[in-house]
Design a protein around this ligand. Structure first.
Ligand SMILES: Nc1ncnc2c1ncn2[C@@H]1O[C@H](COP(=O)(O)OP(=O)(O)OP(=O)(O)O)[C@@H](O)[C@H]1O
Length: 244
C-alpha cells in the first residue's frame, strides 16, 4: 500500500552530540495509525521533528507520497500535507474554540473551502461543535486536545503527527482521545503517533514500531506487538493483555 510519509534510514540529532536516530526507518500507509513506542529518550519526539521538517536529518530521506522532501522546512511539509500536533496544550486559551480551529485554515484562500473544512471538523469532533463559541481556556484538557486535532485537520492533511496526545489526561479523557484518533484515521487522515501510554495507543494503532537505541527494534501489526510477552515486559510496562 502507498505510504503517506516515509522516513528511510534517517540519521538525526542535536548539534555535536552523538546522533539520536541512527538508521531509523518508518512508513505510514494511507488510512492507518502507526504508533511509535520506546523507552524515555529513545528519540520518539525526534522522529516527529524530522517528519514535521523541524529538524533536518544528517542523512537518509523523508518522502511524502512520491516527493522527496528531505531537508524541507515546516511550511513546506505542511503544504505537502504533513501536520503536527504538539505535546502538551497549544490552544489559545483567551480565544474561542472557533477562532482556534479557524487559525488552522489561515493558509486557505478560498473562504468556501474554509467553511467546508470547518463543517467537516465540527462533524468529526462533536465537542468542538458544541463548544464552538466558548473560550478555549474553559474546556477540559481532553476537550482542548480535540480542538488541537480539529485545527490540524483544517488543511486536510494526508498525515497528522501526534506527540503524546494523552499526556496529562485522566483515563476517561485518554480513552476519548484515542477514539478520536481512530475517527481521524477512519475519516481518511493517516496518523503517526508517539505515546508513553503504549498499551492504550497500540490498541488503537494498526502498526506498532518499537524504537530503541536510535533504530527500529521491532515493528509489525500492533496486535502482535501487544501479544508479545517479551516486548510487553521490556517496553509496554508489564504482561500482555488481550484486546480486540
Ligand atoms: N533540543 C534538543 N537539544 C539537544 N538534545 C535534545 C533536544 N531534544 C531532545 N534531545 C535529546 O535527544 C534524545 C532523544 O529525545 P526525544 O525527546 O526524541 O526522546 P523521546 O523518546 O521522545 O523521549 P520521551 O519519551 O522522554 O519523551 C534525548 O537524549 C534528549 O535529551
Amino acid at each position: 500500500m502507498a505510504s503517506e510519509i516515509e522516513l528511510a534510514d534517517v540519521q538525526a540529532g542535536y548539534g555535536r552530540a552523538a546522533p539520536v536516530l541512527r538508521g531509523f526507518s518508518v512508513a505510514v500507509p494511507a488510512g492507518s495509525v502507526v504508533c511509535l513506542v520506546g523507552p524515555n529518550g529513545a528519540g520518539k519526539s525526534t522522529v516527529l521533528k524530522v517528519a514535521a521538517g523541524l529538524l533536518r536529518p544528517s542523512s537518509g530521506r523523508v518522502l511524502v507520497g512520491d516527493a522527496d522532501l528531505t531537508g524541507a522546512g515546516p511550511q513546506k511539509m505542511l503544504a505537502a500535507g504533513v501536520a503536527l500536533v504538539l505535546q502538551g496544550h497549544s490552544v489559545f486559551r483567551e480565544m474561542t474554540v472557533a477562532e482556534n480551529v479557524l487559525l488552522g485554515g489561515y493558509t486557505i484562500k478560498d473562504k468556501a473551502r474554509v467553511a467546508e473544512r470547518a463543517a467537516f471538523v465540527r462533524d468529526l469532533f462533536p465537542v468542538v461543535a458544541q463548544r464552538w463559541g466558548s473560550l478555549a481556556g474553559l474546556l477540559s484538557g481532553g476537550q482542548q486536545k480535540q480542538v488541537e486535532f480539529a485545527r490540524s485537520l483544517m488543511v486536510d492533511p494526508k498525515v497528522v503527527l501526534l506527540d503524546e496526545p494523552s499526556m496529562g489526561l485522566d483515563p476517561k479523557a485518554t480513552s476519548t482521545i484515542f477514539e478520536q484518533v481512530a475517527r481521524m484515521r477512519d475519516a481518511g487522515t493517516a496518523v503517526l503517533l508517539v505515546e508513553q501510554n503504549a498499551r492504550r495507543a497500540l490498541q488503537t494503532a494498526d502498526i506498532g514500531c518499537v524504537l530503541d537505541l536510535g533504530r527500529v527494534h521491532v515493528s509489525g501489526p500492533a496486535a502482535e506487538l501487544l501479544a508479545d510477552p517479551q516486548l510487553g515486559e521490556l517496553y509496554l510496562g508489564g504482561k500482555p493483555t488481550h484486546i480486540r
